[in-house]
Design a protein around this ligand. Structure first.
Ligand SMILES: N[C@@H](CCO)C(=O)O
Length: 284
């Protein structure tokens, strides 16, 4: 949600996965990542955010690639909101991509996602510290009761006279204010809330019929935001349509944020897909 296109380097989100000799080896592949327009990292903001849905962002990404002279990509990979965009690219541009790897994500906003992005909207609208407080609530969706228990053990921050879990949440609230803006946060909440691959297209089965890309679904077993059961359902529906699809589950106690933490398992899942000689999916 609040990530950006910085994949590698000092502030990189996926240093363990992308780079020379890594699972996505930059000696073999050119890796391109765009900021989501409106996320503010490049100083660009979108104020009429209600006019945008994830499909618009996917269109912009493809347009961006085409303007760089790229007419085809091997893989589209992304976690969370990034994964939403991989779905839109596969459906909107069937000839453009060979493999999509949506991680810890979904092709639609479930009622659970709608309920929580609604709470986010309320906080953003009503709080006197909207960005801070929305982030504090969102962190509870990105982690799990088990991860909190292991990390904090009901311990107390003596100086602040509060539970350490509370202090940690406040830290995340403050931290997001240093690197993200309210406008950008509202934009990404809008995109997650309006995620619907089937919008103005038909049923899921009709919509994915034309997908040519191979699909590797990756879920985090403890993800309480984009729950694995939805991805298992998607896997079964795609399988029954005869689609080239696979499903992998990362084991983690960290929940949704597992896609930014469980790099060893992600490496194992991704290595065969990006191994040059030994493609993960058998050629049809
Ligand atoms: N915690 C991460 C993941 C949300 O999908 C973020 O804020 O970007």
């Amino acid at each position: 949600m609040t990530a950006n296109s910085t994949i590698c380097g000092a502030q990189g989100w996926w240093n363990r996965l992308v780079g020379e000799g890594k699972a996505i080896d930059t000696n073999t592949y050119n890796v391109i990542a765009f900021n989501i327009p409106g996320n503010g990292y490049d100083g660009f903001f979108i104020e009429n955010r209600e006019d945008f849905v994830p499909r618009d962002i996917a269109d912009m990404f493809v347009l961006g690639l085409k303007s760089l002279g790229i007419d085809h990509i091997y893989a589209s990979i992304g976690g969370s909101i990034g994964g939403i965009l991989t779905w839109e690219i596969a459906v909107g541009y069937p000839e453009f991509v060979d493999v999509i790897i949506p991680i810890a994500t979904d092709w639609k906003a479930t009622d659970w996602i709608l309920a929580n992005t609604f709470v986010q909207e309320l906080i953003l609208k009503n709080s006197s510290e909207p960005l801070h407080d929305a982030r504090v609530h969102a962190m509870n969706l990105y982690r799990t009761p088990q991860s909190y228990k292991e990390k904090f053990q009901r311990s107390i921050h003596e100086k602040k006279n509060m539970f350490n879990v509370e202090s940690w949440l406040l830290h995340h609230g403050q931290h997001v204010e240093e690197r993200f803006t309210l406008s950008a946060y509202k934009m990404v909440n809008q995109l997650v809330r309006t995620n619907d691959l089937t919008r103005a297209r038909g049923t899921f089965e009709e919509v994915v019929k034309g997908v040519k890309a191979k699909i590797l679904l990756v879920a985090i077993d403890s993800d309480m935001f984009f729950v694995p059961s939805e991805n298992i359902d998607t896997f079964e529906r795609l399988k029954s349509l005869g689609k080239n699809v696979d499903y992998r589950e990362v084991k983690s106690q960290h929940g949704h944020d597992g896609f930014l933490i469980e790099f060893e398992q992600l490496e194992e899942i991704l290595k065969p897909v990006f191994s040059y000689e030994n493609k993960y999916f058998s050629e049809e």
